[in-house]
Design a binder for this molecule. Sequence first.
Ligand code: ZN
Length: 223
Amino acid sequence: MRQRRQEPAVYRTEPLVVPGISGYLPEEARGRRDPFTPIVEKESRVVVPTREVTCYECGKKSRIPVSALSAHCVHCCTHLTLTDYILKPGAKRLTKRTLGEVVLPAQTELSLLTVVSGRMVAAGKATGVKLRVMDVLEMTGNASLEGQVQAGRLKVKKGSRVQVSPGVSVGSAEIKGVLTARLHATGCVHVRDGGALIGDCYTPELRLDPGAVHRGTWYPIKS
Ligand SMILES: [Zn+2]
């Protein structure tokens, strides 16, 4: 193998001459002030879209990135799940806590179900439930719930025949189907045309559209 001939190192005696004295700015550059952009300001221009969530432990609100799948409450540090769940038949002693949606599908019968969720769609049957839905609880089909049921808003779908025993506590309710339950509401209960409420109703405001039915006693309470 042919070796490359190396150039012999050349020793230069001439000193390196610089045009100005090292460290000094040239005359025209002295006293110049460049506009200064702080790094913090540059970073704050990156805006991450956020949304507001309500903690299921302390009830306080936190802002989290829209794309987050889980988060921590900034007030009480509780881990907040944001995923949606579809409950499978045959599960026992199920506990689900999420700010997302929980679906109890039709033809599903569950017992000892504990759910804390943002929204819930109930179409199946469940006994021994402890349900706390912060926003909308939608009941459809032949849904039947037995136990403690709490919801921000209750919606009973048109054409459905649903029941909650012994009763349900809600913020407000809109009934388009047939609901058999003792209903406690802090806000308005609105029974639409073709809808029926069978059971006593404790609410400050009961609105019955023409064609709506209420079988039971209305106890007007203070809101
Ligand atoms: Zn919290």
